[in-house]
Structure formats: C-alpha cells, structure tokens
Design a protein around this ligand. Structure first.
Ligand SMILES: [Fe+2]
Ligand SMILES: [Fe+2]
Length: 196
C-alpha cells in the first residue's frame, strides 16, 4: 500500500520529531538547524516551510539510531510511512557524509552547510554572558581553530558547507548567528539584556 503524501507542515514535523526525540540537546539542535535553514530559504526565495520541516527532521531518529550504520538511513522508511514527501526524505538522507549522496539541490546544500555550523555557533553562544549578541564571525573563526572547543563539531564540514553555498565563511557565520539570535531563549542562551 502506498501511503498518501501528507501536507508538509511545521506542526506535523514537530509532532514527529518530539515523538522520537526527548533529549533537550537534540531538540535544541533541531531548532537551531531549522532556524538557519529557514533564514536561507527566505534569502534564496525558496519554500520556507518545506526547508524548515526537512531541517527539523534531519536528526529525528538519532535517539532511536545513534550509530552511523543506522542513522539516518533507517529513519527514512519511518518518514516515508508517516507520509513525508521524497523531497524531505532525500534532504534528510543527504545530510549524512557517510551516505555520500549528491547534494544537488539548494535545500541539500543548505542543510549540510547549516548542520555543523549551527551547533558550533550555539556552543559559542553558550559560553558568552551575552549569548549571541555581539558575537562576531572573527571570534567564531578563532574558536574553530581551537580543536578542544566543541570538539564534536567537524571543522572540515563547516568549511565545506560555506564553499558549497558559495559564501565567504564570515558571511555564512554572520547569517547563522543572525538566524539563531531570535530563538536564543529556546536554545537556552542568554542575551545582552541578561548580561546588563
Ligand atoms: Fe545527523
Ligand atoms: Fe544534525
């Protein structure tokens, strides 16, 4: 039986995500990547809801499948069963380096470019009294060169992501910082107002 393709909506994606994901850190990661990808969808004049849903769901199965022999490939059939369209499923699959899928659409390029960098910028914000307020690309780049800081973030993927979007790293960082600022509270970040 072919499941009917459902209407892509943020509400539905959030419901799917939170059914499979309980960890606050993972939910915050999903929200951060979503905000960055949405900002680029607006910038590029693309379908913000579709891009946001794909970003929100990209790691939805990580608690269920925390190893690369299962994540995200074993999550894909679940999304298919839930009725998500192939464009979402392909986007989700393409974020994983080990699957070596071509990043042949702007959505795939953008998701890849935002995944690691959103996590890194989030980490930078967490160690600053004012969070992301006043965070300059220069200091993010400095931290990228310190291997011990947010050691889990793959630096090579951050650099490759900016290149894939055809952006200078400074510009890409500034875009991600600006995208995350409005959701500082949801990300557990302080702001300049707290630091004052
Ligand atoms: Fe992932
Ligand atoms: Fe991710």
């Amino acid at each position: 039986m072919v499941p009917s393709v459902l209407e892509v909506s943020r509400e539905r994606a959030w419901e799917t995500l939170t059914r499979y994901t309980k960890s606050e850190a993972l939910l915050r990661h999903a929200l951060a990547v979503e905000a960055s990808v949405r900002a680029y969808a607006r910038k590029f004049g693309e379908d913000e809801e579709l891009w946001g849903v794909t970003a929100l769901l990209h790691d939805f199965d990580y608690e269920l499948h925390p190893t690369l022999d299962k994540h995200p490939q074993d999550g894909a059939p679940i999304l298919r069963e839930e009725g998500y369209p192939e464009v979402v499923i392909e986007g989700v699959l393409s974020h994983a380096e080990h699957l070596q899928m071509p990043r042949d659409t702007m959505l795939k390029k953008t998701l890849f470019a935002c995944d690691e960098l959103s996590g890194f910028v989030h980490a930078c914000g967490l160690v600053r009294p004012a969070g992301l307020d006043g965070l300059e690309p220069k200091s993010v780049k400095k931290k990228l060169k310190q291997p011990s800081f947010a050691a889990g973030v793959h630096r090579d993927e951050v650099y490759a992501g900016a290149e894939l979007l055809g952006l200078e790293l400074d510009e890409h960082i500034a875009n991600v910082v600006a995208a995350l600022q409005p959701i500082s509270k949801e990300l557990g970040l302080r702001t300049a107002a707290d630091a004052a």
